[in-house]
Design a protein. Sequence first.
Length: 299
Amino acid sequence: MNKRVFDVSVKGTCYCIGFDAMASPCEVLIETDDAQLVNKLAQQITAETWRIEDKFSRYNPNSLVSKMNKAMGKSIPIDLETFRLLEFANECFLLTDGLFDITSGLLRKVWQFDGSNNIPKQSQINALLPQIDWQQVRYTDSSITLPAGMEIDFGGIGKEYAVDKVVQLIAQTSDAPVLVNFGGDLCASKARKNNEPWVVGIELKGIKENTETIISFSQGGVATSGDANRYLLKDNVRYSHILNPKTGWPVQGSANSITVASHNCVQAGMIATISMLLGKDGQEFLEQNGFKYWLFNNQ
């Protein structure tokens, strides 16, 4: 499907708006029989999602994030939306004692998680570590300054943020039950008609010869983090794409995949990622805080 095209189809009692964004297949299910409303919402939903992608994607050379990353130490103006995302990233950094760090995307220059056995040299990693430190970023509600050579990447937040924004956008126009699914990041506005839950399959490629688990939920967000689709394998050792920004190496001892349910998609994604970053302590973190989760291992 072309990036800037959407289609509308019928799936059971729902209309389904389908399109591509953020390198993911996107679906929005709306349980209504009002076709005119759905077509109107489809225009609004896709416009908002692509706006977020165009603004915050590091892959877009014209995005705000790209402008920040290319500023070479100069101050860049930002708006309130961007400030709030930065504040959320800061909260995650503090909560994890620096393990959740949106400046760690630079490590992609030496780590290519393509299923191969290409492990970078320690010297390559060491060359990048001085440029990874969220605490060196300076920002206010109207500007941001990154040290020259440093970059930020909203990849760990952006898709979940878009999911929640779409649910909020639809709620401004309709009270119909809605399920948003952007590449496996989910949010439901409320239970379906007759108070039935939404039932979805979470696909986990590469785990136990391709596992799919079925979950049901009525409201809130669901997100998955793990190495099911992105990893390296060398000498029978699996290297997750979840990297420790302090060492530059993949986190050890974590589950292969963790799916979390929470109040919204951003929170679910944050909790899932943090639990992966905590390695062998991830499950204890989930248990102690009473989070609803599904954990999978390759063993």
